[in-house]
Design a protein around this ligand. Structure first.
Ligand code: DAH
Length: 313
């Protein structure tokens, strides 16, 4: 039994003494009552003291032998931060969104139809091998590019076309390629795809959208150029390059992605009348954008999980 409990029992016993007062001769009652009161006060004081002592016992005494660094916190709180690629991805979609594009996130597991058939890759066409796709045992494909989203976007938004409407959507997402990694190639990276359809879409407007995007992203005027390319889902197809922004040294051209006028077969497969509507599409890597912006020498940092890198950016 604790000290406090013992004292409280004593107090209870003392309480019974009060009932004896009425049995005493009247002369003695006053004296007896005073005594009991005194004892009660003493007991109450002791209880209070014992309770305080018990409370302070629960606090662990300081280990004064431990090494002390009084001006340093014992541990530095490690608050997490967003991954630099996620920060860039948000900036990219925010820019397109301000330009009037809807945003749709791409899938991370896809199928043969969205990866190839819906994109006008002929059956057995060697271009199918050009994408170094991974495949699951069940035959699913972790997408090798965000173009796998084109068919979905066209179908989802085609109701907006009625009459003189338009489809304007960008699709950021994670993509995977079964190839050897080096400083400029990684098996897992991010792309952003864009699709625009209307009655009057042209290559000229496509280049306008691209130039505007890159200027907003790097915050300065820059030059864009294209060179011929081949993609089964666009006709004509092109590759687009930007001139390195002046603030980043400004020398040379950097290939940023592929683009072109959406092939009529791609529109038709999504149920859009390719005699009435035309569209353009483009896609490019996000990692590459960010590498240039931060002057990073190696793309593999992004997926490395290295804390030193993540803390720096
Ligand atoms: N998906 C292509 C790639 O990853 C890039 C691309 C080319 C996207 C042409 C497009 C396009 O939308 O029209 O290599």
């Amino acid at each position: 039994m604790s000290e406090v409990e013992k004292l409280k029992l004593e107090l209870k016993a003392l309480g019974k003494e009060y009932s004896k007062i009425k049995d005493l001769p009247p002369k003695e009652r006053g004296e007896f009552g005073r005594k009991i009161n005194q004892q009660k006060q003493t007991l109450l004081a002791k209880i209070k003291q014992a309770e305080e002592a018990a409370e302070s016992e629960e606090i662990e005494p300081l280990d004064v032998s431990a090494p002390a660094a009084p001006n340093q916190p014992i541990f530095r709180p490690q608050l997490g931060t967003r991954h630099p690629l996620m920060v860039e991805l948000d900036r990219v979609t925010a820019i397109y969104s301000d330009m009037g594009f809807n945003v749709m996130e791409s899938t991370q597991l896809d199928d043969e139809f969205h990866m190839f058939d819906s994109l006008n890759f002929a059956k057995e066409h060697p271009a199918r091998d050009g994408y170094d796709t991974f495949r699951t045992r069940e035959g699913f494909i972790p997408p090798a590019h965000t173009s796998t989203m084109q068919h979905r976007a066209l179908k989802k938004y085609k109701r907006l076309l009625d009459g003189d409407g338009q489809i304007a959507v960008v699709m950021p997402g994670r993509v995977f390629r079964n190839e050897d990694a080096d400083a400029t190639h990684e098996h897992t990276f991010y792309q952003c795809e864009g699709v625009f359809v209307s009655k009057d879409a042209t290559m000229g407007r496509l280049f306008g959208v691209l130039k505007r995007f890159f200027e907003l992203y790097y915050g300065e005027k820059l030059n864009l150029k294209t060179q011929p390319g081949y993609f089964p889902f666009t006709e004509p197809s092109a590759e687009f390059l930007i001139e390195k922004p002046a603030s980043l040294g400004g020398k040379g051209w950097l290939e940023m992605g592929g683009c072109g006028m959406i092939h009529p077969n791609v529109l038709k497969t999504a149920g859009i009348d390719s005699e009435v509507y035309r569209g353009f599409a483009w896609g490019g890597g996000i990692d590459r954008l960010a590498m240039l912006k931060y002057d990073l020498p190696d793309v593999r940092y992004f997926e490395s999980g290295k804390l030193e890198f993540l803390e720096e950016y």
